[in-house]
Design a binder for this molecule. Structure first.
Ligand code: SAM
Ligand code: SF4
Ligand code: SF4
Length: 378
């Protein structure tokens, strides 16, 4: 069969060069057009993955003829670290490595060590974390911790082996991911979060078993609404199970009380398990629900995403990136690089999830060629 190339993005990426960088005054925050600061940076370190979750990299599209990015297009660890330093100077306090499957990137621990050495202008270390499917955690957890990683988020869509194997679509056994979570705990990579994408009709019956399994273990289980990200997963609204329903189903068996959000820009709504007196019992832990579809949280979204090849995206649902790799590789100095990032953020107006919920605006969003999650990272 002839080699196929499926464009993942609208290739109208723009090269950003701020002629006169408008860097914020020292001590004042960089904000976008809606007053939102830049705090959280997600860096995709590979577009490859050993799973084929149907909601992210469906097998029919990401098959043996699929062309992944050639190595020369990827940002090097030095380039990523140089860029990350500029982001930190502009306000970023949290960096999450993602992908594709980030643990597939060779020598990822070298990058982690470089990022762990970065300091905020106040001299503090960053909140450095990584999202993984857990398949390689048993092998790598200790090394990641030694390199300076603080914690991990593991994706796990069910406890039932048959359901899990079907959802990852490469027949990967659930026991190995659970063992990976255990390895992360042994290595001290905590607090551990577990993310479960809920698809109505596919794994909704796994909500309660997952809640029972992780209650009182110190692991924070978070339920994510199945999102219409990318253009390949055949998303349908009727497969979205609203977060409110997840809370109702768990709460009917294991009483829950609402908790206040820990930090501004927090995407998860937090619920604590109640003890016998009806108040939150910290020893039982908490869950989070991320209502990306039914409860838009664009108002305080402070996240930027850097693709594997150095495109800057200011929204998960963006159709266009901004080419920072070109700026990195054309001899620009750090000031110009920071100016390029600042210029993009200052022009940011994104609020896709809010528009999706607006009946007058939603039709205009249909048919847009959105970037794939495996390319910019979740
Ligand atoms: N491979 C790693 C993993 O699965 O954890 C990191 C990359 S993955 C793209 C990041 C997160 O995005 C995962 O938690 C995954 O479940 C979530 N995700 C991917 N596609 C999604 C979709 N259509 N809706 C909601 N979450 C999705
Ligand atoms: Fe791979 Fe993560 Fe996407 Fe699943 S969600 S296909 S593990 S990148
Ligand atoms: Fe942020 Fe875009 Fe998601 Fe809104 S839709 S919360 S702007 S990533």
């Amino acid at each position: 069969m002839a080699e196929r190339f499926i464009p993942l993005v609208d290739l109208r990426s723009s090269i950003v060069r701020a002629a006169r960088p408008r860097l914020p005054e020292p001590g004042s925050a960089l904000v976008d057009m809606r007053g939102r600061p830049l705090r959280d940076l997600r860096i995709s370190v590979t577009d490859r993955c050993n799973f084929r979750c149907s909601y992210c990299m469906p097998k029919e599209v990401f098959d043996k003829d699929y062309r992944y990015l050639p190595h020369a297009s990827l940002l090097s660890f030095e380039e990523i670290t140089r860029l990350a330093r500029q982001f930190v100077a502009l306000g970023v306090r949290k960096i999450r490595l993602t992908g594709g499957e980030p643990l597939l990137r060779k020598n990822i621990e070298t990058l982690i060590a470089q990022l762990a050495a970065l300091r905020t202008p106040e001299g503090e270390p960053l909140d450095l974390t990584l999202t993984t499917n857990g398949s390689l955690l048993r092998r790598k957890a200790r090394m990641l911790r030694d390199a300076g990683l603080q914690r991990v988020t593991v994706s796990l869509d069910g406890l039932d082996d048959a359901v899990f194997r079907r959802m990852n679509d490469v027949d990967f056994p659930v026991a190995e991911v659970l063992d990976g979570i255990e390895a992360a705990r042994e290595a001290g990579l905590g607090p551990i979060k577990v993310n479960m994408v809920v698809k109505r009709g596919t794994n909704e019956h796994q909500i309660l078993p997952m809640a029972r399994h992780f209650r009182a273990t110190g692991v924070v289980l978070r339920f994510i609404e199945y999102m219409d990200v990318g253009s390949t997963n055949g998303w349908r609204m009727d497969e979205v199970l609203p977060s409110s329903e997840v809370v109702a189903r768990i709460g009917a068996e294991l009483p829950l009380v609402p908790l206040s959000s820990s930090v501004s820009g927090e995407t998860a709504e937090r619920w604590g398990y109640a003890g016998a007196t009806g108040v939150h019992d910290p020893s039982l832990g908490e869950i989070g629900v991320i209502g990306s579809v039914t409860q838009a949280f664009c108002g305080d979204c402070n996240r930027a995403r850097l693709s594997t090849e150095g495109q800057l995206y200011t929204c998960l649902f963006a159709t266009r990136g901004h080419d920072l790799r070109a700026v990195l590789r054309d001899g620009s100095d750090d000031n110009a690089l920071a100016g390029a990032v600042a210029a993009v953020w200052q022009q940011r107006t994104d609020r896709y999830s809010e528009l999706r919920a607006d009946p007058t605006a939603a039709p205009m969003l249909a048919g847009l060629a959105r970037v794939e999650m495996s390319y910019i990272g979740g």
